[in-house]
Design a protein around this ligand. Structure first.
Ligand code: SF4
Length: 345
């Protein structure tokens, strides 16, 4: 039987595991320190942990080794894409984005995705499986090596729908932000969802300090239903209600991500429709160009000129709006392009 990876435990759980081994719960602090501050990759390498405890740990748990990721570097903007192959053949990709003054790590929560959004290459893969916290943390550590230290921000916008693997994503957030772990601020972690309402509502009641981004995609339910099967489960108007509730309960704002498709949702009338939809929600708007992928059929990217016009309208209405410049498109690392395809290997 495969032994559980010790890096799949949040510190509180690990403290419980220590007690079940006849040890003090506080030993979990030392183990966390070894794993995340010192980067120990084996029980033997855990400095300051008595041999007897190391033996007990290695009898019950593992520290899995993931081969070094395959790496591609964009010739356009230095974006780095990392392809991880896990022990069972499941793959996931991460992207390191070098902005003017900051570095972001975009990481995956699942291998593939079950949501089937038409505009997304990952959706075309289907779901292989959920990633475990240890596999999410492996991506964070590798992105940190690329960045020359911890990245300035982490976004769960890689492969997968994070809220459909929420237990593991939440645990990875707890480990990342634990002051005995990576001590990475929750306020610098953004989780992007296509609109899984029960988890948005759970977040509204939680004390997690992460940021929430919701991919509304477009402002019409009919159009959205043609772009993602998720619309039938979580309709746009219900998602906006959940976002409103989240903002009211947490006092925080939410990011709405709107994807630009040529001739579909890029007109001034579409901007007005969007403003009507999000009226009164404490939000910031991210306008994202559709990146063409083979599964997208007749979908085409909108033009930058139209996007700028659109942005002017939303800004004039008082909505903080960011028009995102896509990065890493030459290595299929831009939004919606992660598909572990041949260009990644
Ligand atoms: S956009 Fe997100 S939720 Fe939709 S298929 Fe792609 S990864 Fe999944």
């Amino acid at each position: 039987m495969t032994k559980p990876d010790i890096r799949d435990f949040a510190r509180q759980e690990l403290a419980g595991a220590m007690i079940s081994l006849g040890e003090k719960g506080s030993k979990a602090d030392r183990i966390f320190n070894c794993l995340y501050k010192k980067g120990a990759e084996s029980f033997d390498a855990m400095a300051g942990v008595p041999d007897e405890l190391k033996n007990k740990l290695s009898a019950r748990y593992s520290i899995s080794q993931t081969p070094a990721p395959e790496r591609r570097v964009s010739k356009i903007d230095k974006t780095v894409k990392l392809l991880f192959r896990f022990h069972d053949g499941a793959v996931a990709e991460s992207v390191v984005l070098f902005n003017k003054e900051t570095i972001s790590a975009c990481i995956s929560s699942q291998s593939g995705c079950a949501c089937g959004c038409r505009f997304c290459a990952t959706g075309g893969l289907g779901l292989k499986r959920d990633l475990k916290p240890s596999e999410i943390l492996t991506q964070f550590a590798a992105c940190g090596r690329e960045a020359g230290g911890a990245p300035d921000s982490v976004v769960f916008m890689g492969m997968g729908e994070p809220f459909l693997n929420w237990a593991n994503v939440k645990k990875s957030v707890l480990i990342l932000s634990d002051n005995k772990g990576h001590n990475f601020p929750q306020s610098k972690i953004t989780i992007s969802t296509v609109g899984v309402i029960p988890v948005i509502r759970e977040l509204a009641e939680s004390h997690l300090g992460i940021k929430l981004a919701i991919s509304i995609i477009t402002a019409s339910e009919k159009q959205r239903a043609e772009l993602t099967p998720m619309e039938s489960k979580y309709p746009l108007t219900d998602i906006i209600s959940a976002a409103r509730h989240y903002c009211a309960k947490t006092g925080k704002s939410v990011f709405f991500e709107y994807i630009f498709f040529d001739g579909l949702n890029d007109s001034p009338q579409d901007a007005q429709k969007l403003l009507e939809l999000i009226k009164g929600v404490n939000c910031k708007l991210n306008l994202i160009m559709y990146n063409q992928n083979p599964g997208g059929g007749d979908l085409r990217p909108g033009s930058m000129e139209k996007a700028k016009e659109f942005q002017k309208i939303t800004v004039a209405a008082g909505v903080r709006t960011h028009l995102r410049r896509e990065k890493g498109s030459d290595i299929a690392a831009a939004c919606g392009q992660l598909a572990s395809g041949p260009e990644a290997s």
